[in-house]
Design a protein around this ligand. Structure first.
Ligand code: F6R
Length: 238
């Protein structure tokens, strides 16, 4: 794993977008693992610019999102399905049928989780996984716990996550549960790019200056052979 420090959110976003653009140029049929939230917004803006400038092409790419809230239909304003359409998919030439997000509204969430893992397997795994990080060190919605969970699963969101994500909901209350890919899909990704703005400096420092522990899920990337953590802050972490 390598740590790359950038001075601004914009530089961080460009740096991550360049890695994704290089991946797509190398392999147009790439399977991109994607994240939602505030962190990747600059990356998506930059990738849209590169697409509009004719530098990258998504026509053969596949995308697999990390997570979705339980109980929200894909049309809900705060669903991650809608977030992805509005902030990325509607502005590039990815085929809608090649974009995948867990169905948070599935009648049988366990069956949906199993289906999602089969889907990722059928796609041949993830080529490049883009990640943000929670204030508690979560990646996807793999929350701090006593052990890592390998498979896609339904998770009860922690208080820290509900508080952090309340800002996106008019009543301040996100759904209490979500479906998230597990650690296997993330750690088996051929490359991983984690982005963390200045407000995440403390957790980035904790996650990557100790050892691997499920209490700080992102720390699992310490063992990944091709992970790049791009963070923003005034000092080097190590
Ligand atoms: C979102 C996701 C989460 C976020 C994390 C940071 O798909 O998987 O792990 O990346 O909660 O969220 P922001 O970027 O909003 O601070």
């Amino acid at each position: 794993m390598v740590l790359v420090r950038q001075n601004t959110f914009d530089e961080m976003s460009r740096c991550a977008a360049d890695l994704i653009a290089a991946q797509l140029k190398r392999k147009p049929k790439s399977v991109l693992g994607l994240a939602t939230g505030s962190s990747p917004l600059g990356v998506y803006r930059r990738l849209i610019e590169l697409y509009k400038a004719g530098e990258i092409d998504f026509s053969e790419a596949f995308t697999v999102n990390l997570d979705e809230y339980c109980g929200l239909p894909a049309t809900h304003p705060e669903s991650y399905a809608r977030f992805m359409r509005e902030n990325f998919f509607d502005h590039i030439n990815v085929k809608p049928e090649n974009t995948f997000i867990p169905n948070g509204n599935a009648a049988d969430p366990d069956a949906e989780c199993a289906r999602y893992d089969r889907l990722i397997g059928w796609l041949g795994g993830i080529d490049l996984q883009l990640l943000g990080i929670g204030f508690n060190g979560h990646i996807g919605f793999n929350e701090p716990s006593e052990h890592f969970i390998d498979e896609t699963h339904r998770v009860k969101l922690t208080r820290s996550t509900l508080l952090a994500n309340g800002r996106f909901f008019p009543d301040g209350n996100p759904p209490a549960y979500a479906i998230t890919v597990g650690m296997k899909a993330i750690t088996r990704a051929k490359s991983v790019v984690l982005i963390a703005g200045e407000e995440k400096f403390a957790i980035v420092k904790r996650a990557f200056s100790g050892g691997v522990t499920p209490e700080i899920p992102a720390s699992i990337l310490l063992d990944h052979p091709n992970a790049t953590v791009i963070y923003t802050g005034e000092e080097d972490i190590r």
